[in-house]
Design a protein around this ligand. Structure first.
Ligand code: ASP
Length: 311
């Protein structure tokens, strides 16, 4: 039922794979709401978190997910590791593999970094926790989980993904997953933040130039952060001007369906892409996404580590 050695991207998953993760995540979601959250399933297994870029939610939730499944987890901090002495990604990874780790959770600034390691390492499973502007599969899975819980389905929903699409691995993984699951995906960004051939990002993706058009009648509005760290800030005028044209505020949200939900992968730049009152309102499911993140990552660890041949 689960045939993947690694989780590198949504690209390689079909609808059945996606449903398997979401269904298993339901189990771990309920379990995580119990007083005693721990399960012995991955006792004796070792997970290494290897994050070359900043992270709060993803790294912490992989760590919590590992603890809840009784795996041992080690966080490697590249800024105080031999990476600072010039060691390559592959050498670092091979050394950690030699310590008999079972799974690496990798975040890296280069697109394809997780696939690069997956091709070269023989004994460890790799989870892509974000590779440059390419993919962030567990984010898309937790977003789908959140949508499915709130709306009861994904098929047929209108999802507006708005913001810095060009630099967003979240947009890419979501456009793929939601399209595969039969949602209508609208992509909306400033011209400078929209990649060329954006419609190729997902099977149902359609580019809409103005935020009003994207939000009109939407079931889900997903706002994305402007990723200034990836382009130095030269693609927008001022944060205030950006908020005026591409920020989601209460007035703009009235165009969406009355029961629309607002999502954001975090970190939020309050007052830029998202008005702070909307971020904290009842239609915001941002903290539900965070809760779902632990359950989805437990499901991913379970599927990758219990379906592998033991050494
Ligand atoms: N946390 C998400 C990511 O790592 C989104 C963001 O940083 O804006 O891609």
């Amino acid at each position: 039922m689960w045939r993947h050695r690694h989780l590198l991207g949504i690209e390689e998953l079909d609808v059945h794979d996606i449903d398997v993760v979401l269904d298993r995540a339901e189990h771990w979601f309920e379990r995580s709401r119990k007083t005693v959250k721990k399960d012995a399933l991955l006792q004796g297994r070792t997970v290494v978190n290897l994050f070359f870029e900043a992270s709060t939610r993803t790294r912490t939730s992989f760590e919590l997910a590992s603890h809840r499944l009784s795996a041992d987890v080690v966080n490697v901090n590249p800024s105080i590791s031999s990476v600072t002495k010039g060691e390559t990604l592959l050498d670092t990874a091979k050394n950690l593999e030699a310590m008999r780790a079972d799974l690496f959770v990798l975040r890296h600034a280069s697109s394809g970094a997780a696939a690069f390691l997956a091709k070269r390492l023989t004994d460890v499973a790799i989870v892509n926790a974000g590779d440059g502007a390419h993919e962030h599969p567990t984010q898309a899975l937790l977003d789908a989980f959140t949508i499915r819980r709130r709306k009861g389905r994904i098929e047929g929903l209108v999802v507006a993904i708005c913001g810095d699409i060009a630099h967003s691995r979240v947009a890419r993984s979501n456009a793929l997953l939601l399209g595969k699951k039969g949602a209508e995906v609208r992509l909306c960004a400033l011209k400078t933040m929209m990649p060329r051939h954006a419609e190729a990002l997902g099977p149902t993706a359609r580019v809409v130039p103005r935020l009003e058009q994207a939000v009109d009648g939407a079931d889900v509005v997903m706002m994305l952060r402007v990723q200034t760290e990836r382009f130095g800030g030269a693609m927008m005028s001022t944060p205030r001007e950006y908020a005026r044209t591409f920020g989601l505020n209460a007035g703009m949200l009235t165009r969406a369906k009355a029961d629309a939900i607002v999502m954001h992968p975090g970190p939020i730049n309050r007052g830029v892409e998202l008005d702070t009152r909307i971020a904290d309102s009842d239609c915001s499911v941002i903290l539900d996404q965070v809760e779902a993140g632990v359950a989805v990552r437990m499901a991913v660890l379970e599927l990758l580590l219990t379906n592998r041949p033991q050494r």
